[in-house]
Design a protein around this ligand. Structure first.
Ligand code: AMP
Length: 313
C-alpha cells in the first residue's frame, strides 16, 4: 500500500493535501510535513497544503491558498474519516485521491485508502510512508512529524503508543538529531491566563454518579480568562488520571460560530459512539461533538454517565 501511494504521488504534477475542519497539530503537521517531503523529493511538483489554519499552530509552518488549478490533480486527505469534515476542497473534483488516516473507519471516499486505527497519529503513518518509500525527509520535516505524533498521543499516554511508535520516534531522533526541548517549547508554551482557566476548570468541575467529570464554559467565562473556545476545549487533555473521573469533557460555548463544542476523553469506556449521536465522532477514547444548546450538552453528559455505569458493571 505504501508503495502504491508513492507511485500515485509520483504520477501527478499537482497535488493538494487536505485534512479535517477544526485543525489540530496532528492534522496540520502531517499535511505540511507530507507537502514538504514531496517537494524535497520532487522539486518541480506543485503541492498545496490547504484548509483553515490557526495562528496557534504557526510554528508548524504556513498553509497554502488553493489556486484555480486547471491541470489534473491528486487529492490527499489526511486524518479525516468522513467526507463531510474535509476542510477547504471539493473531494469529487479531483482526478485521483488518497486517504491516510488513523481514525476508526467511517466511509470510503478516496480511490486509495490507508487506514490504521491502531496508529498513534496520522504523523506516525506519514513517518512510515516516508521511511518505506523514496520520499525524502530533513530535520525540519522530522521535527514537525515528531510534534504531531507527540500531540495526538498526548505525550505517549494512549494505548496506541506502541513499540512501533517508539521505534519510529527513536529513528527520527537517531537520523535527524531533533532538539526535543525546543520542539516541546513550541507545542506546550501557553500564556498565564490559560493556566488560570485550567485552574478554574479544576476548581469547578462537576463529577456525576458514575464518574463523568465535566465543566460548562460559557463564552463569558472563556472571555474573562482571555481565552477562546478552541483553547478552552483543548484543556480537556490536561485532566487525565483523576481517581474519581473515568470520562471527562469540556463544554465550550463558541458565540462567534453559534455552537457549543464538547471535547471528550476517557480512560476506559468507549465514547465515540456517544459523540456520533451529537454531530461528532473521533477515537474510542478521544472524541468531540458539536451541539446547538447547553441542554443538549447536558443530555450528552447523561449519555456518557450511562456508558460509564455500564462499564463499571
Ligand atoms: P478534539 O477533542 O477536538 O481534540 O478531538 C478529538 C478527536 O475527535 C479527534 O480525532 C477529532 O478529529 C474528533 N472530533 C472532534 N470533533 C469532532 C466532530 N464534531 N465530528 C467528528 N469528529 C470530531
Amino acid at each position: 500500500m505504501l508503495n502504491q501511494i508513492y507511485k500515485t504521488i509520483k504520477k501527478y504534477d499537482t497535488i493538494v493535501i487536505a485534512r479535517h475542519i477544526g485543525v489540530d497539530p496532528d492534522a496540520m503537521a502531517s499535511q505540511i510535513a507530507l507537502r514538504d517531503a514531496i517537494l524535497l523529493t520532487f522539486p518541480k511538483k506543485k503541492v498545496y497544503a490547504v484548509g483553515s489554519g490557526s495562528s496557534k499552530f504557526s510554528y508548524l509552518g504556513k498553509l497554502d491558498k488553493l489556486e484555480d488549478l486547471k491541470d489534473e490533480k491528486l487529492l490527499i486527505v489526511l486524518d479525516t474519516p468522513d467526507k463531510r469534515r474535509v476542510d477547504g476542497v471539493d473531494v469529487d473534483s479531483f482526478a485521483d485521491s488518497i486517504k491516510i488516516d488513523h481514525h476508526p473507519f467511517m466511509e470510503k471516499f478516496c480511490e486509495l485508502e490507508l487506514i490504521d486505527d491502531t496508529a498513534s497519529s496520522t504523523c506516525q503513518l506519514i513517518i512510515d510512508l516516508i521511511y518505506h518509500t523514496k520520499l525524502k525527509m530533513n530535520t525540519e520535516i522530522a521535527g514537525k512529524l515528531f510534534l504531531g505524533l507527540v500531540s495526538d498521543s498526548n505525550r505517549f499516554l494512549f494505548q496506541n503508543s506502541t513499540e512501533h511508535t517508539f521505534r519510529l520516534v527513536a529513528d527520527l531522533l537517531r537520523d535527524y538529531h531533533l532538539d526535543i526541548v525546543s520542539l516541546y517549547q513550541d507545542l506546550y508554551m501557553r500564556p498565564l491566563h490559560e493556566v488560570r482557566l485550567q485552574g478554574y476548570i479544576a476548581q469547578n468541575m462537576i463529577v456525576t454518579d458514575h464518574g463523568v467529570g465535566y465543566i460548562k464554559l460559557t463564552s463569558d467565562i472563556i472571555s474573562k480568562f482571555q481565552a477562546d473556545a478552541g483553547s478552552a476545549g483543548n484543556m480537556v487533555n490536561n485532566f487525565n488520571y483523576i481517581e474519581e473521573v473515568l470520562v471527562w469533557a469540556t463544554i465550550s460555548e463558541d458565540k462567534k460560530n453559534n455552537i457549543i463544542k464538547v471535547n471528550i476523553r476517557s480512560r476506559g469506556p468507549q465514547i465515540n459512539h456517544v459523540a456520533e449521536k451529537y454531530n461528532g465522532g473521533g477515537h474510542a477514547l478521544a472524541s468531540g461533538a458539536r451541539v446547538p444548546t447547553m441542554e443538549e450538552a447536558e443530555q450528552l453528559i447523561e449519555d456518557l454517565d450511562s456508558v460509564c455505569e455500564q462499564y463499571l458493571k
